[in-house]
Design a protein around this ligand. Structure first.
Ligand SMILES: NC(=O)c1ccc[n+]([C@@H]2O[C@H](COP(=O)([O-])OP(=O)(O)OC[C@H]3O[C@@H](n4cnc5c(N)ncnc54)[C@H](OP(=O)(O)O)[C@@H]3O)[C@@H](O)[C@H]2O)c1
Length: 357
């Protein structure tokens, strides 16, 4: 496929961390190409200057553009992807503008939202969790939110990637609930790297504050906890399981390490449970379980998730590692966009990890 055969993608949230990862993955994607990188703060600036890791690729010729300029580039009958890596609260109205403009010119736009704006099916649920009005309630019915591995096919025109903690915990808990192997009670704690907080430093995320330290935050009240309940309900006959979630800030940049404890209905040795989980995920390439506790470095830079299964009596503990910026955001978003465009989930996402970084 030549550059011009690759389908265009508009990226929102231009200078952000997740945007940088989307661009890193799209420069080598065989079927998708970057058409516009929208920035509210760096219009006209060089993309490769903002992300020097992209220098020497096709990104050398890209400049950030405004949302209006990206909209002006839409064409009739064009199939175009939109990846939104903008903050929750701001995203819905931006996506609504692009999608309305695409509809007006007759372009076939497929959007994936990486923010929280389309993770709930109704505005009231979003408003309850995020404490602000939804920016485009009329669009909610057009989005399916889910971890791609837990959704069969394409259920809707657009998709929303769950939060990065939700992704790591759901990947561990969902198969056990879906196979009826555990009681519907999940305790999860997860440690995230600092890139999970985005590029704007704050007192709690600043390097001197986090380096060589670790702490829990928002125990039992984190915004991803209701998201986990909602998504895991699909594995539990539509009834939300009890989920108690304690997130932690870790002294590293990339990755999430989640520890998920559940109670087995019947006792099974860990290797039998590993076989069952691998069977559950066998149609996709990204999620694999073993009895060995996985390490962050097994997955950093990749769209993979590794699960480690341990069992003693009725106690089940599953450890789950993902790269928050890839499987938890940019990679998961491209996985969804591949699917919405009719490509295999793994197109452009098979690069191995770094191992040491
Ligand atoms: N970081 C992660 O690990 C992670 C994981 C999963 C999901 N997410 C979600 O993905 C989204 C992006 O996260 P991030 O970590 O990349 O955040 P980030 O580094 O703060 O980047 C977000 C970008 O959005 C743009 N922006 C900021 N305020 C805006 C506003 N009011 N209206 C429109 N654009 C605005 C800015 O780019 P310009 O100035 O160039 O416009 C900013 O750089 C967030 O919704 C986040 O919750 C992040």
């Amino acid at each position: 496929m030549t550059t011009s055969d690759r389908r265009p993608v508009i990226v929102l949230g231009g200078t952000g961390y997740v945007s940088g990862e989307i661009l890193r993955l799209l420069v080598t994607h065989p079927s998708l190409r970057v058409a516009a990188v929208v920035s509210t703060s760096a219009d006209g600036g060089s993309v490769a200057a903002a992300f020097p890791q992209l220098a020497g690729t096709e990104a050398d010729s890209w400049s950030f553009v405004t949302l209006d300029a990206a909209i002006d580039g839409l064409k009739k009958d064009q199939i175009i992807g939109i990846l939104a890596a903008t903050p929750h609260g701001a995203t819905a109205a931006m996506l609504d503008r692009v999608l309305s403009a695409a509809e007006a010119v007759g372009a076939d736009a497929r959007a994936v939202d990486l923010s929280a704006d389309f993770r709930y099916p109704d505005a009231a649920s979003f408003e309850r969790v995020y404490g602000q009005p939804h920016g485009a309630p009329g669009r909610l019915a057009q989005f399916t939110c889910g971890v791609p591995e837990h959704v069969v096919g394409v259920l809707n025109r657009h998709a929303a990637q769950p939060g990065c903690f939700t992704t790591a915990v759901s990947l561990a808990a969902y198969p056990f609930l879906a196979m009826g192997l555990v009681e519907p009670t999940v305790f999860a704690c997860a440690v995230t790297g600092s890139s999970g907080s985005g590029r704007t430093p704050s007192a709690g995320t600043h390097h001197p504050d986090r380096h060589s330290d670790m702490r829990a935050y928002s125990p039992l009240v984190h915004r991803h906890e209701p998201e986990m309940r909602r998504l895991l309900a699909a594995a539990n006959g539509g009834i939300a399981p009890d989920v108690d979630f304690v997130p932690h800030s870790g002294p590293f940049v990339r990755g999430i390490h989640a520890t998920v404890r559940m109670t087995l209905v019947d006792e099974h040795p860990a290797d039998e449970l590993v076989e069952a989980v691998n069977c559950f995920y066998e149609t996709g390439p990204f999620v694999r379980a073993t009895t060995m506790p996985p390490r962050l470095r097994d997955v950093i830079g990749t769209n993979r998730a590794c699960l480690g299964v341990a069992a003693r009596g009725s106690t089940l503990v599953v450890t789950s590692v993902i790269d928050n910026l890839v499987k938890g955001a940019a990679g998961g978003g491209i996985q969804w966009l591949n699917r919405l465009m009719g490509y295999s989930d793994d197109r452009g996402l098979i690069a191995p990890g770094l191992g040491w970084y």
